[in-house]
Ligand binder design. Structure first.
Ligand code: G4P
Length: 529
């Protein structure tokens, strides 16, 4: 076989068939269920139910830490891969809980598009808004799936208005629901003008049967009932008369979102979504680097977007998640780690389907590869075959709650420091070190659940017990100004890169301190994510 390096056509066709995306949603909207159904239709699993992690169901392959299993939430991201309609789909699993936003932000940097899942009764929720903002900042296309149509739902026109009003994105339905709640009968495909009528299957375990007929088909009345048929004809007339048409160019720039309706639990509309998704969503494109735009056809380069220590009990090592940004990756290839200039041989490459590790022999742009990390990789690092490519800064979240941490058994200091550094590197928490070295470090997080995860992992993976006390601090600012003034400023701490920082209890505390210390500059926060 000709290698894709010598056969650009082979590389181009692999790039063209890649679809790498992530799901964004508020917890409970149905992300796990949709993931499971997508894998079912993609043939990656045989029976739905093997991916979800809720209590009483079997555990998801991507939910493998005991704390996740106890709580039934997904904390860690992994990458799931399947083939559908000739496309190679990479689904980046993002944690749904709002406390784990940094991890999610990082994961979104590796996606080429996003699926936004909404609960039909709840519409746009707080976490949807936050994650949407990250996608918007990156300018990636977003598709929308309105889930749980089998439950009483908001009026679909109102849901579209919410998307436009709250998220400021043009929402164009590609399907339209027929009824909701117990009367949900399926969806009308506005493009092919077919009615997709669905039947409930027991527990949603198998592919849902699907019958189709046109809007004018008299059978429609029999299929969905005269009232719903009349309502559908009315709705469709309104949509065709009053709504903008789907514009692929605006979708690709993130100005417009195509909207699909369904019920993941009952297999309503998921495969239909998937078949549209693989046509609509873009393949990997060019990446902005220090050397300008780098297209996916350039020689091999990849970037690290996530680090994870101790992924499983069998594999107590550190994994770096690399997204291939250009060229053909082959296991064992020699590359340069562009931040340090070190030469590396990529012989330890594997898939990231949680505990199952399979060696990866080759990969293409958009693919995610797990690399064993002996401590060389940091988030945002690039490895490259040819040029000294680097990427601009990666997003970091701003902590809103702070805890002090102290070691119960001082004899465990070394293991403690190792755990602290590795877990902070992963983004489980942010660490702030007192400059005098005498006091214990502060941990910063977006929500208190992060502290619990940190404490549990420190105990489980490093054998270290710590005590944690949530403090009354709620704000952080990075400091600038004359370094000697900053050094004299007693209240400051340092972040993990040695930059001076100060913690405040309230906005008033910040304003008062700033007034008292005009010699110190309190930097505004980086662009709010
Ligand atoms: P998440 O990952 O976004 O947090 O959501 P997840 O898929 O776990 O779904 C949250 C809950 O909503 C689950 O119920 C799930 O079964 C249910 N759900 C998902 N899709 C649909 C749907 O289309 N219709 C309806 N009616 N429910 C749906 P749970 O009570 O938390 O778990 P379980 O009792 O189903 O095991």
């Amino acid at each position: 076989m000709t290698s894709p390096e010598t056969n650009p056509a082979a590389l181009s066709s692999e790039i063209a068939r890649r679809r790498t995306f992530a799901i964004i949603s508020h917890p409970d909207a149905g992300k796990t269920t949709i993931t499971e159904k997508l894998l079912l239709y993609g043939g990656a699993i045989q029976e739905a139910g093997s991916v979800t992690a809720k209590e009483g169901r079997s555990h998801t392959k991507s939910d493998w830490m005991s704390i996740e299993q106890q709580r039934g939430i997904s904390i860690s991201s992994s990458a799931l891969t399947f083939e559908y309609a000739g496309r190679h789909v990479n689904l980046l699993d993002t944690p749904g809980h709002q406390d784990f936003s940094e991890d999610t932000y990082r994961t979104l940097t590796a996606a080429d598009s996003a699926l936004m899942v909404l609960d039909a009764a709840r519409g746009v929720q707080a976490q949807t808004e936050k994650l949407f903002a990250v996608c918007r900042n990156r300018g990636i296309p977003i598709l929308t799936f309105v889930n749980k149509m089998d439950r009483p739902a908001q009026d679909p026109f109102e849901l579209l208005e919410q998307l436009e009003g709250i998220l400021k994105i043009t929402a164009v339905p590609l399907t339209w629901p027929i009824g909701d709640g117990p009367d949900f009968k399926g969806v009308y495909d506005l493009q092919t003008q077919q009615v997709l009528a669905f039947e409930r299957t027991s527990g949603g375990k198998h592919r849902a049967p699907m019958q189709t007929s046109g809007l004018d088909d008299p059978k429609l009345d029999a299929l969905v009932g005269a009232d719903l048929a009349a309502k559908l004809r009315e709705d469709v007339e309104l949509i065709q008369g009053a709504m903008p048409e789907f514009d692929p160019a605006k979708f690709l720039t993130g100005e417009l979102t195509p909207v699909f309706f369904g019920s993941a639990m009952n297999n309503f509309g998921v495969e239909h979504f998937l078949s549209n998704f693989v046509d609509l969503a873009p393949p990997p494109g060019a990446v902005e680097t220090n050397l300008g735009e780098r297209g996916p056809e350039a020689p091999f380069a990849g970037f690290i977007f996530k680090l994870q220590a101790n992924m499983s009990k069998q594999h107590r090592d550190r994994t770096a998640y690399m997204r291939v940004m250009s060229g053909h990756f082959e296991r064992g290839m020699d590359v340069t780690h562009t931040r340090t200039g070190r030469k590396l041989r990529l012989s330890q490459a594997h898939t990231l389907f949680a505990q199952d590790r399979e060696k990866v022999e080759e990969a293409y742009p958009g693919d995610i590869v797990g690399l064993v990390n002996p401590g060389v990789f940091q988030i945002g690092d690039v490895i490259s075959l040819d040029a000294k490519v680097t990427l601009p800064g990666f997003p970091r979240f701003t902590p809103e709650t702070f805890a002090t941490i102290s070691l119960k058994d001082v004899g465990k200091r070394k293991a403690f420091m190792k755990g602290l550094t590795q877990l902070a590197e992963e983004g489980v928490v942010q660490v702030f070190y007192p400059t005098d070295g005498a006091r214990d470090p502060y941990l910063g997080a977006v929500g208190p659940l992060q502290f619990e995860v940190f404490q549990a992992r420190l105990q489980e993976e490093y054998g270290v017990d710590v005590e944690m006390h949530v403090t009354s601090y709620g704000l952080v600012r990075w400091l600038a100004g004359d370094p000697s003034n900053v050094a004299r400023f007693a209240r400051h701490v340092e972040d993990d890169q040695g930059r001076p920082v100060m913690l405040f209890r309230s906005k008033y505390d910040l304003e008062y301190t700033a007034e008292q210390h005009p010699e110190i500059e309190f930097l505004p926060l980086p662009k709010d994510l």
